[in-house]
Design a protein around this ligand. Sequence first.
Ligand SMILES: [Fe+2]
Length: 381
Amino acid sequence: MTDFTFVHACREIAAGAGRLEYVWDITKRHGARRPMVILDTYFAATDLPARLAAGFGAPPPIHAIPAGEPDLATIEACRAAMARANPDLILVVGGGSAMDCAKVARILLSNPGDPMAIAGPAGVRMAPHPSLLIAAPTTAGTGSEVSESAIIGKPGAAAKLIFRSPEITPAIAILDPLLGITAPASVTAASGYDAVTHAVEAYTSKMANPLTDLLAVSAMERLAQNLVRAFLVPTDLDARMACLLAATEAAMAFNSANLGLAHAISGPMSALHHTPHGLANALALPWTMAFNAPELGAKGTRIAALFGAATAAEAMSRLRHDLGLDLSLDRFVPPEALDELALSASKSGQTRMNPRAATLGDIRAILEAMRGPTSGKQPRL
Ligand SMILES: [Fe+2]
């Protein structure tokens, strides 16, 4: 067996419908006296703040994160709110953007100064913050509740800022399928396809290891059996729970195995053209898996079998079709911008983790192919 390292910094995962209430147990167990809540703006207008006030015994300070990808201004506003509240427990309830924002804002409390000083994809040493960070995802997607990375937009730049350290990983993740039950079906589809992309790319990454394979296969199996169901029947709590657990498993896998060419392409698509992350992955993954086919071997056969398709690429094509994500790249990126996009993707560290080496010309050909839908069929480059 090849030498490997598996890392996992989240120390507790609680799962089940209604498990958000577990926060009150945690608060008592840790003797927390100054809880603070970070919410997606959407949840600030629901009954959640009142439920949290009842659970904590008094209304906690709440900071709402605006919709959309967080940037440095969003982070600064969140950091300032945290500095005012001086919390010893921080609960974040939201999607990947809210969780990433809370992770970075919190660690800036113990690492004051320019956020750029602690940014970097390889990870930078960060001073720990003593507060207990609890993350409750409302979408099954990024898996940020267990990952040691956070992605922040940098206006005008082709690459996003990556913050990476075990110190920013939430200590406790709460997977409660009731939280996302009112999310639009399109959000369930796009975020779920992001989780699929994490599982598939972690499984086929050059850095995959026996433990990440275990988690990635489990995630793919759950998503193959439940994601379309959760998309079609949003109230199916079992399907939603399976997807939440799969997104967590997939993130535990990519936390060590890293990702591949679909994420190398989707990163600059979002940074340069504001393409929503899950949609960008849905545009790329069937084609990158068609490109990777010669190098997939038994893993390609396994992916195809898990999703009930002839090939891994066909499986990804069919899944995006079933989720209403069979779109053209032209909707998001003008054809004259494809050269720049290919160049950015070729420079991504995730391209180096891809199972098949991809040249700039290979990536440009994949982008050209992404302009056409696949109608659920085998993509042919
Ligand atoms: Fe992703």
